[in-house]
Design a protein around this ligand. Structure first.
Ligand code: GLU
Length: 446
């Protein structure tokens, strides 16, 4: 049995965390060419075994008082997966679906994504099963303060730097940072990213994930002799990542015709542009469903459905959450003749669907590469905090664009080296993995 299969079998026998196993299987099964080449070395240092076991998994109780004076209890998590390349780095997710499996898969993915950015960041993720929807401002603040009362001892600008993710935006980051500052009694704003501009945040950070994904697609399209201009985009979600993608797609002359929420999807033939993109911010702040968009702009609303395979277009961009695209969706996407799928959410495609899309010749930009722009600008926020200065919008945007081009180049180099054709999925996994493995070997066994 090959080293990869052996490690996979062992993990499957020990773990029953569906999302984590899915992510591990997806990465490991694409590492064949590089692991074959260096099998002896990787085995000697147990690289695959160590890379699939987090450095540390912290689980804690978060008790807080609701507006009625009752005590509520949630679970809090921080999975510090790997710090071979730099301090642990990754967002916090507040969503009822959060559990240890979701945290582990996200932290695992983050390790390779952060490696691809070429900035010095290890991989981590955290969060809570707390549901911000329907909570008052006061409740969110008290929850964040209680959460930080435990988290603070595990984080720091040189150790572990959280940020936002689903359910954690600028407001939550502000409350979390305020609580941290009060507990430690010092103004160390490099401890968290995604901050507001007035207290050490970076320009372009809110837009970064969406902008980065579109820059990455622009690189892919260049190779195909195509451009964003004139293309029709099928998006899901309506949060931060969808918003940033819409802004950049519009700027480059593309048209976004679908958005979705937990309640269904909308089809806007005219395109989501102008003040409609601004309205997404209001919808997010109020945590409305996507029906609010249909009601306001009089466009068709499809309750409890996903947009995949229902609407014609050139590019599909899942921007909401994990496992949004299953095998049936993948078949419908192929049937519709879609040429590009850009994963902007983390692991939005199930493994069988991913395989199917690639086999059918769809150009698939995997999330590790395509959505790395968010954490990349977080890395740039850390740099600015260390330097105690702030770069202009143009400076940050240019650095972001260069990082995305560089990720594409790294993948191309790997594809060439290992004769993979133009396989962005395997290329991204191998490119992300090689750097982490090299650093782990250099740093010794622990
Ligand atoms: N949550 C984002 C991601 O999945 C950003 C993480 C960060 O900025 O640390 O990459």
């Amino acid at each position: 049995m090959s080293y990869i299969s052996q490690v996979l079998e062992n993990i499957k026998a020990k773990e029953n965390q569906a999302e984590f196993l899915q992510a591990v299987e997806e990465v490991l099964s694409s590492l064949g060419p590089v692991v074959e080449e260096k099998e002896e070395l990787y085995k000697k240092y147990a690289i695959l075994e160590r890379l699939t076991e987090p450095d540390r998994q912290i689980i804690f109780r978060v008790a807080w008082t609701d507006d009625l004076g009752n005590t509520q209890v949630n679970k809090g998590y921080r999975v510090q997966f790997n710090n071979a390349l730099g301090p642990y780095k990754g967002g916090l997710r507040f969503h009822p679906t959060v559990n240890l499996s979701v945290m582990k898969f996200l932290a695992f993915e983050q390790t390779f994504k952060n490696s691809l950015t070429s900035l010095p960041m290890g991989g981590a993720k955290g969060g809570s099963d707390f549901d911000p929807r329907g909570k008052s401002d006061g409740e969110i603040m008290r929850f964040c303060q209680s959460f930080m009362t435990e988290l603070y001892r595990h984080i720091g600008a040189q150790t572990d730097v959280p940020a936002g993710d689903l359910g954690v935006g600028a407001k939550e980051i502000g409350y979390l940072f305020g609580a941290y500052k009060r507990i430690i009694g010092a103004y160390e704003n490099g401890v968290i990213t995604g901050k507001g501009l007035s207290y050490g945040g970076s320009l372009i950070r809110p837009e970064a994930t969406g902008f980065g994904a579109v820059y990455f697609l622009r690189e892919i399209m260049k190779g195909q002799g195509e451009e964003i201009k004139g293309k029709t985009f099928i998006l899901s979600g309506y949060g931060n990542v969808t918003w940033g993608s819409c802004l950049k797609i519009n700027e480059l002359g593309g048209k976004v015709v679908t958005l979705s929420g937990h309640d269904g999807f909308i089809y806007d033939e005219e395109g989501v542009k102008g003040e409609k993109v601004e309205f997404l911010e209001e919808m997010r702040a109020k945590r409305l469903g996507i029906k609010a968009y249909a009601d306001k702009y009089g466009v068709p609303f499809y309750p409890n459905q996903k947009p995949w395979g229902k609407i014609k277009g050139d590019v599909v961009m899942p921007c909401a959450t994990q496992n949004e695209i299953d095998i049936e969706d993948a078949k419908a996407i192929v049937q519709m003749g879609i040429k590009y799928v850009v994963e902007v959410a983390n692991m939005p495609t199930k493994n069988d669907a991913l395989k199917y899309l690639v086999e059918k010749g769809v150009i698939l930009a995997p999330s590790k590469a395509a959505n790395a722009g968010g954490v990349a600008v977080s890395g740039l926020e850390m740099s600015q905090n260390s330097l105690k200065l702030a770069w202009t919008k143009e400076e940050v945007d240019e650095k972001l664009s260069n990082i995305m081009v560089n990720i594409h180049n790294q993948i191309l180099a790997v594809c060439q080296k290992y004769n993979l054709g133009y396989d962005l999925v395997r290329g991204a996994n191998i490119a992300g993995f090689e750097k982490v493995a090299e650093a782990m070997i250099a740093e010794g066994v622990y």
